[in-house]
Design a protein around this ligand. Structure first.
Ligand SMILES: Cc1cc2nc3c(=O)[nH]c(=O)nc-3n(C[C@H](O)[C@H](O)[C@H](O)COP(=O)(O)OP(=O)(O)OC[C@H]3O[C@@H](n4cnc5c(N)ncnc54)[C@H](O)[C@@H]3O)c2cc1C
Length: 408
């Protein structure tokens, strides 16, 4: 075992500088002085999942565990804003909708089922009467609308800028364009070999998105490979409403609108962030294509959001040219890397991770440097993928059908 000057040993080395890695560094650097981030590309690269304009935050999950964690994450976002003095949340609310001509069984829609889940855990939503829907949102044609006012959009540029500035102020070392070749155990420490030299750390966190399996394969003694696959929205469009209608579509009056049974979500105009309504269409792999009558965004506009038909539209090309990281069993992968003491991993956010970022960063920091987390994250244990016989294939019949949640 090599002897190192304690000044040269990092408390925590994070591989992957997306939002999860940066939030892990944010929490760790509040109390630990030697924190390093290694990023293969550049922080803020628009081709990675963490960068773009807006991501929705909400807590309407079919699974109460995710709903509770999302709720905690909202508290942590608010603390982040308070601590940094920067506003990063657009508090416009999120409204799930349904229409009986599109999904005839209204009581089985995502909107109704998640409302039931939230009500059962004491997070009631505002249920709008049909008359109220037409009055408040004249551009919509929906029979059911459930609004959560404690939800909305995250301003990604503001988050990245604030994280980078805060980490800089706390003297966190962020190394960009670094390629990692090996992680070698040396006594209680890890030697991380890169093309920018060797780093020594007592704890390592891997938040490398789709690069995670490559990093895992470079860890001495580790056989874990996480079954993640890539997917992305089938279609995403910007709609610019005519000037006389614009005021109806801004985030002070329009919430995020989601019709997840059809795979569609709509983000309002956010002045200073995005000057168009964004509509994303995601075709969940396990949902029969004939399950709803909505085939694409044009169809959605015609049937559900006719007010947008007079808007000019164009494809979203400036952002979101990146992929979701779907997991075979549709659960987060968060915890210790088997066979590699002191190494933790966080990946597999199923297209729904951004809203959880301050919470995930906190959990990874606690696991890495505090010997455990206050949360029960045992169901996310990466070790579930250690035995090859237990591997599931994304899209197989064994795959739990919470794919509807794998957006936003
Ligand atoms: C189109 C789209 C829309 C989405 N919408 C929403 C939404 O509305 N709400 C929501 O909550 N979530 C949403 N998500 C999900 C969310 O954006 C992601 O879950 C989240 O950004 C993942 O962050 P990450 O840090 O894990 O991954 P990434 O952003 O991919 O970051 C991983 C980083 O690791 C780096 N890396 C890879 N390999 C290495 C290596 N060997 N060494 C060093 N660095 C490495 C990469 O360059 C990258 O910078 C969406 C995702 C997509 C793609």
């Amino acid at each position: 075992m090599t002897t190192y000057d304690s000044e040269d040993v990092q408390d925590l080395l994070i591989i992957g500088g997306g939002v999860m890695g940066l939030f892990t560094a944010y929490h760790a650097s509040a109390t630990f002085s030697r924190v390093t981030v290694l990023e293969r590309g550049e922080i803020g690269d628009p081709t990675t999942a963490s960068f773009g304009r807006t991501r929705s935050y909400r807590k309407d999950y079919l699974d109460a565990v995710y709903a509770r964690f999302a709720d905690d994450a909202i508290t942590l976002w608010t603390e982040f804003e308070r601590a940094t003095g920067r506003s990063v949340l657009v508090r416009c609310g999120c409204m799930n909708i349904a229409k009986s001509s599109v999904t005839p069984e209204l009581d089985q829609t995502y909107a109704q089922l998640t409302t039931d889940v939230l009500a059962a855990i004491g997070m009631p939503l505002e249920v709008l009467e049909p008359g109220q829907i037409a009055e408040r949102y004249p551009y919509l044609s929906a029979d059911l609308a459930h609004l959560d006012p404690v939800a909305g959009l995250v301003d990604l540029a503001a988050v990245t800028e604030t994280l980078v500035a805060t980490l800089h102020g706390r003297k966190v070392s962020v190394h960009e364009r670094v390629s990692t070749s090996a992680l070698v155990r040396d006594g209680e420490l890890w030697r991380v070999q890169t093309d920018a030299g060797e780093f020594v750390a007592r704890s390592v966190v891997i938040t490398a998105g789709h690069g995670t399996n490559d990093v895992l394969s470079r860890i001495e003694g580790c056989t874990l490979q996480v079954p993640i696959t890539k997917d992305r929205p089938s279609e995403a469009k910007y709609f610019v409403p005519p000037a006389e209608d614009r005021a109806r579509y801004t985030s002070d009056v329009m919430p995020v609108i989601a019709y997840l049974d059809t795979g569609v979500y709509v983000h309002p105009i956010v002045p200073g962030v995005i000057d168009a309504v964004k509509v994303g269409y995601y075709n969940p792999p396990d949902i029969p294509r004939d399950r709803t009558g909505v085939r694409d965004i044009a169809d959605f506009v015609e049937q559900v959001m006719p007010g947008l038909s007079s808007a000019s539209s164009s494809d979203v090309l400036d952002v979101d040219q990146c992929d979701y990281d779907l997991v075979a069993d549709d659960d987060f992968v968060l915890g210790a890397v088997p066979g590699a003491p002191g190494v933790h991993v966080g990946v597999g956010w199923r297209g729904t991770g951004y809203k959880f970022a301050p919470w995930i960063g906190r959990v990874l920091f606690q696991l890495a440097l505090q010997g455990g987390t206050v949360y029960d994250v045992s169901r996310f244990d990466p070790d579930r993928f250690s035995a090859p016989a237990r591997f599931l294939t994304a899209g197989s019949e064994d795959h739990p059908t919470s794919d509807l949640e794998a957006v936003l």
